[in-house]
Design a protein around this ligand. Structure first.
Ligand SMILES: Nc1ncnc2c1ncn2[C@@H]1O[C@H](COP(=O)(O)OP(=O)(O)OP(=O)(O)O)[C@@H](O)[C@H]1O
Ligand SMILES: [Mg+2]
Length: 600
């Protein structure tokens, strides 16, 4: 698990995070204000109910005036209706703002996903990231809407009821006020604990997501290597941990509820005791006493709710903290100001070094390399010698630690990322396909501007037309996650068709090391040859034919270029290349079985 955050202290204080969260609600301030106003109306109507009791009792029983009793049902219904409408409006508006905030947070997170640098993803877990996108955002919205609304709704109800109590009997109220500070301190303690547990729950949600995502992505390997038991255990561990933490939260919540109630009832009991004193009893009318007690009873729910709300807000703060931590991560550095328009394709690497980590080993060491426009160069070298690292620098997926790369005589860092990448087509070592139609995969990134006819042509150029037309829905066939329903060679040809369609002047090819059968190999080979024509091409070559056709070969070893020249030049003498060549290709002189059978 890459993103351990157990016991990570919040980056900033709760209020700062909460204020930042509130900023997300700010664009919807009208709706927010409406919900607050509705809640104020709702809250102020609460004490009215309690107030109604006093004239009702004192009027009807003590003063024997049935008039008030006759009006009472209508007043009651009227009040209920008004309170119902206010409550509905408040819930609706706050719910609306909450969902908007979730959507906006998700939009910002997604945008951040698109813009985080490769170096971030090298050490991130997609399960963890997804948990933030799906789970944490929900926590935030709850805390915002429920939190703010409750502050107004319950807070005002409490204030209103308190005022009523003071109005009915100041002395009794004073007795009752003693519980205030005790309540305050308890709520504070509980909420601190709540935030801590919430952070741990989020982290374990991430871990649950992480384990599940790995199993889903690697389900074939899990099956073949009998990894089910191992994965079950791994998942059970995270699941258990998550469940235990959730239970802690539930226990805290429940215990807090009981505690608050106890403290509150103590206040209640104290009042009853005081009232039982003869000297006090005479100062209060029965109606007043009942209204007072009703107000006190009505206050219990909002006070209990207020503690829960404080907890929900703590959850939101914990979630907000982890979301903001991600949102504050540095994005892919652009820095370019020039828009790269036309490209000739003259590429120079000048003393380029790359260390993936600061102070780590160099994957590339003082690499110099030149490509003239339209040339094709091949990179060869053992696994891990730095070939892929070298080509990744051209579209600025990573930045060189030292040295510079020039395109048409200018440092590529001068160009905006977008315009630089527009001129580069890339076919990677592992083909990346999206769970979309064949057509959309080929036209990836340029779907709007491309006609079906152009997609067809690109597929034709990539020697992919035959098999695509043989698919159940042709170009509209959905290829499954990572193109799972296609064969390896078919996937490669779709990736090639994508590069063909992009029609960029610079082409980067990281040939797949996996061998294809002779028939597919020939198709892919032909497709590549067409693709490379007329473009400046950097190809990491594993196929002999690609190497032989290259204008120049650069031989890499331990991050350095140790030899360069044409195939013939390099084969002469005792070069490292000759050795590599012998190891890699000599056994291929034995004809593949498929070809043997094809012989007459
Ligand atoms: N994202 C990364 N983070 C850290 N180290 C990396 C990363 N990618 C590659 N490396 C390291 O850099 C070195 C060169 O790797 P690279 O992928 O460039 O090799 P390669 O020549 O393409 O090998 P292959 O032929 O197997 O694809 C290796 O030691 C590798 O462990
Ligand atoms: Mg590689």
């Amino acid at each position: 698990m890459s993103e351990k955050q157990t016991d990570r202290k919040p980056l900033t204080g709760g209020m700062i995070i909460y204020r930042r969260l509130l900023k997300y609600a700010f664009p919807y301030w009208k709706m927010f204000l409406a919900s607050i106003l509705a809640m104020i109306a709702y809250a102020s109507l609460g004490p009215a109910f309690a107030k109604l009791i006093q004239p009702l009792i004192d009027g009807s029983f003590i003063e024997n005036d049935p008039e008030i009793l006759r009006q009472a049902p209508f007043i009651l219904l009227g009040l209920s209706l008004a309170r119902g409408i206010a409550g509905f409006a408040g819930d609706y508006c706050s719910g609306w703002v909450g969902r908007r905030v979730i959507a906006d947070l998700r939009r910002d997170l997604f945008d951040q996903f698109l813009n985080l640098p490769c170096t971030y993803y090298d050490h991130a877990s997609s399960g963890q990231l997804l948990a933030k996108l799906l789970y944490n955002t929900e926590q935030v919205a709850n805390s915002l809407t429920k939190g703010v609304v409750a502050v107004f709704k319950d807070g005002l109800t409490i204030v209103g009821l308190t005022l009523l109590m003071v109005y009915e009997n100041a002395l009794l109220s004073l007795v009752f006020m003693v519980v205030g500070p005790v309540l305050g301190i308890s709520i504070r303690q509980v909420s601190k604990r709540f935030r801590k547990i919430s952070m741990r729950i989020q982290e374990s949600m991430g871990n649950v997501g992480h384990v599940a995502q790995e199993v889903i992505d690697a389900q074939r390997i899990v099956k073949v290597f009998n990894g089910k038991g191992y994965e079950t255990q791994k998942f059970a561990r995270e699941n258990e941990r998550n469940q235990r933490r959730q239970m802690k939260l539930i226990v805290t919540d429940a215990a807090a509820g009981a505690l608050i109630q106890l403290i509150y009832i103590s206040g209640f009991a104290a009042i009853l005791y005081v009232v039982s004193l003869d000297s006090v009893r005479h100062t209060i009318t029965p109606g007043s006493l009942i209204a007072f007690i009703a107000a006190m009873a009505m206050m219990l729910s909002p006070i209990k709710r207020a503690t829960q709300v404080v907890n929900i807000m703590q959850k939101g703060i914990a979630a907000g903290d982890s979301i903001f931590e991600l949102l504050d991560k540095a994005r892919e550095h652009d820095g370019g100001t020039q828009v790269l328009d036309a490209v000739k394709g003259h590429i120079e690497y000048k003393s380029v070094s790359l260390a993936y980590r600061e102070g780590g080993d160099y994957a590339l060491n003082n690499v110099d390399l030149t490509l003239m426009p339209g040339e094709t160069i091949a990179l060869v070298g053992q696994s891990g010698s730095g070939k892929t690292s070298l080509i990744r620098l051209l579209p600025r997926l990573y930045e060189p630690t030292r040295g510079e790369i020039r395109l048409d005589g200018r440092d590529i860092r001068e160009f905006t990322l977008e315009s630089l990448r527009r001129h580069i087509a890339y076919v990677g070592q592992e083909v990346t396909l999206f769970n979309d139609t064949v057509a959309n995969n080929i036209a990836y990134g340029s779907r709007e501007s491309v006609s079906p006819e152009e997609i067809r042509q690109a597929a034709g150029t990539a020697h992919a037309l035959d098999f695509i037309e043989g698919l159940p829905q042709g170009f509209e066939t959905v290829v499954g996650q990572q193109g799972i329903v296609l064969s390896g060679g078919q996937r490669q040809r779709i990736a090639i068709a994508r590069a063909v369609l992009k029609n960029a002047p610079i082409l980067i090819l990281d040939e797949a090391t996996s061998a294809l059968d002779a028939e597919s190999e020939r198709h892919v080979q032909e497709a590549l040859e067409v693709l490379m024509k007329g473009r400046t091409t950097l190809v990491i070559a594993h196929r002999l034919s690609t190497i032989q056709n290259a204008d120049r070969i650069y031989v890499m070893r331990d991050g350095r270029i140790i030899e360069s020249g044409t195939h013939e030049q390099l084969l002469r003498g005792k070069s490292y290349y000759a050795e590599l060549h012998r190891l890699q290709f000599e056994h291929k002189a034995i004809r593949p079985i498929s070809q043997v059978h094809a012989m007459p």
